[in-house]
Design a protein around this ligand. Structure first.
Ligand code: HEC
Length: 277
């Protein structure tokens, strides 16, 4: 009796599940999802051969320094790095004096001690990379109603972040004719810029990089492609400064486990040596 009852309840559950699925399938057949420009024209990030790719990959400090230079001279006009202090830059190979000079190049918010009025002062090593805008309202006003996001963790916040930042910076182009033919309503609105690597295909950031804009002192070619790679590497470091320690710890763990496996196997052999199978 109990068995039959259980069976009937089970059938009831299965029926309810099928009903749920049926509803979804029926709606999907009746009204198939419409094709969208985002779905058809969005690109996955291009793959960059970064020095930190892979299990043994490491940051290249010279590249990170060039990336910092691009950030300072271009991106910092709009984007903050509010989780990074100037003194953290010692990890890129700068000494204290150089860090002080870099910090001095930024103006951070403060209070005038004489009057109590809001003011700015030169940065010091314990400050963080400030936002160039007093608040979000000012940021929106200067950027066609979009807020330039903080870039500290951007490389982690987006899928395939390092490649994504590089692709976004080098991906601006004219809207493809096929897109306009297929989706005339998806024409890039006034004030936005077409970029197939951005999720909605149009973003408020002006194309920030062009050839020759930043002068490197180490002989690296002054191209948009190099700027984009270097700043993407730098922003990967800001998002994951301890990546190398993480990889080394991972490797040490694997080696330890391998040795442990070997010992455990030896112990098993030793313990069962008199037992025939
Ligand atoms: C003139 C101001 C300006 C400059 C200079 C600028 N950006 Fe932006 N950036 C913006 C704005 C505005 C947005 C927000 C765009 C949007 O949401 O439509 C943005 C968004 C971004 C995003 C986020 C995209 C996403 O997926 O949400 C990244 C990454 C980015 N910028 C990187 C950079 C880098 C790297 C530089 C320097 C090479 C740079 N930006 C220079 C204004 C700027």
């Amino acid at each position: 009796m109990v068995r039959i009852g259980g069976f009937i309840i089970g059938v009831g559950f299965v029926f309810a599940l099928l009903l749920g699925i049926w509803d979804t399938v029926y709606n999907w057949i009746k009204e198939p999802p419409a094709a969208t420009a985002e779905h058809e024209f969005h690109h996955h990030p291009k793959k960059v051969d970064f020095s930190f790719n892979g299990f043994f990959g490491k940051y290249d400090n010279r590249q990170l320094q060039r990336g910092l230079q691009v950030y300072k001279e271009v991106c910092a006009a709009c984007h903050s790095l509010r989780l990074v202090s100037f003194r953290d830059l010692q990890a890129l190979g700068y000494d204290e004096g150089q860090v002080k000079t870099i910090a001095k190049g930024f103006q951070v918010p403060s209070i005038n001690p004489e009057t109590g009025e809001p003011a700015t002062r030169d940065g010091i090593p314990s400050d963080r990379f400030p936002s160039p805008y007093a608040n979000d309202v000012a940021a929106r006003a200067a950027n066609n109603n979009a807020i330039p996001p903080d870039l500290s963790l951007m490389a982690k916040a987006r899928h395939d972040g390092s490649n994504y930042i590089y692709s976004l910076l080098t991906g601006y182009q004219d809207q493809p004719a096929e897109l306009l033919k297929e989706f005339p309503e998806a024409k890039t609105p006034q004030g936005l810029h077409y970029n197939p690597y951005f999720a909605t295909l149009n973003l408020a950031m002006i194309p920030p990089l062009s050839n020759g804009q930043v002068t490197y002192s180490d002989g690296t070619a002054a191209t948009r492609d190099n700027y984009a790679k270097d700043v993407a590497a730098f922003l990967t470091w800001t998002a994951e400064p301890k990546m190398e320690a993480r990889k080394t710890a991972g490797l040490a763990t694997v080696i330890f486990l391998l040795i442990f496996c070997f010992l455990a196997y030896g112990a098993k052999k030793q313990i069962w040596r008199n037992v025939k199978d």
